[in-house]
Design a protein around this ligand. Structure first.
Ligand SMILES: [Zn+2]
Length: 269
């Protein structure tokens, strides 16, 4: 049933693309437009970046009427790869692994799975998703398919924009006292080794929880060629499963990460 509805969803997306490139769309080929949830935050100068990372800069080059009378707007931008809604390429924590542009394009699109640990996090802000949490989720919602894009909802999206709450510290030059939830080693091992997922995302600043010193979730997932997605937005708008995720980063050659536009495509009904 799920496989079927995902197929129909994929089909309507393909038809949508086909119509867009071929002039006038034919009514019988355009069945339905899926509902789209934007899972990316806007980039602006207040966007949260990891301590000691260069924040987003957006500098005006031109913004107004030219002498010739037409409108012209243009800006320069600069930032660390790892801030805002972004992708971690496998090379971020695994030597010799893929950089952003080397990730196979097929890996950027997959059936979406959302696992919420918001309840556990409400009791412990440094909580980590465990393998037992994933198995409990599967007991209720079914096995995570190979190639899934797994999104971990901690509820941290409510703090986006508030550095002290979101990172657990306001210090822009010190990453030694951060507090927010993440993913435990046994969960990363289960997702990488036994489920062979395509990607793992989270609604916090890091796959690893704030106090981490060994970044073990990053190392396990990146070591298995699995990219991460961090600071993913609007997860409360998604069901537990039954949607497609499209996560397309800026294609930075040699990049260890990149700003990423992430969307979920849900059945229109
Ligand atoms: Zn990152």
């Amino acid at each position: 049933m799920l496989r079927c509805s995902l197929f129909l969803l994929s089909l309507s997306i393909l038809l949508f693309v086909a119509c867009g490139s071929g002039g006038q769309p034919e009514a019988e080929t355009f069945t339905e437009v899926p509902r789209i949830v934007d899972l990316s935050y806007s980039f602006e100068e207040t966007t949260l970046y990891w301590p000691n990372n260069k924040p987003f800069q957006h500098d005006e080059v031109a913004y107004g009427r030219t002498e010739a009378g037409y409108w012209y707007a243009s800006f320069n931008f600069a930032a660390s790869e790892h801030g805002g809604t972004h992708l971690d390429a496998p090379v971020h924590f695994a030597e010799g692994k893929q950089s952003v542009e080397q990730i196979p394009i097929e890996r950027h699109i997959g059936p979406g799975i959302k696992i919420s640990i918001a309840e556990q996090v409400s009791r412990d802000r440094d909580y980590r998703l465990t393998a037992a949490d994933i198995l409990a989720w599967e007991e209720r919602a079914g096995r995570i398919p190979t190639g899934a894009i797994v999104l971990v909802q901690t509820g941290w999206g409510q703090y986006w924009g508030n550095r002290a709450e979101y990172l657990g510290s306001e210090k822009q030059d010190d990453a030694s006292d951060l507090h927010f939830p993440g993913i435990a080693a046994d969960a990363a091992e289960l997702l990488a080794g036994q489920r062979e997922v395509a990607m793992v995302g989270i609604d916090t600043a890091s796959l690893d929880h704030g106090p981490s010193r060994d970044f073990i979730a990053h190392r396990i997932l990146n070591g298995a060629d699995i990219p991460g997605l961090e600071n993913v937005a609007n997860l409360e708008q998604l069901p537990e499963r039954g949607f497609l995720v499209v996560a397309l980063p800026m294609k930075i050659a040699g990049g260890s990460g990149a700003p990423c536009r992430v969307v979920a495509l849900l059945d229109a009904h």
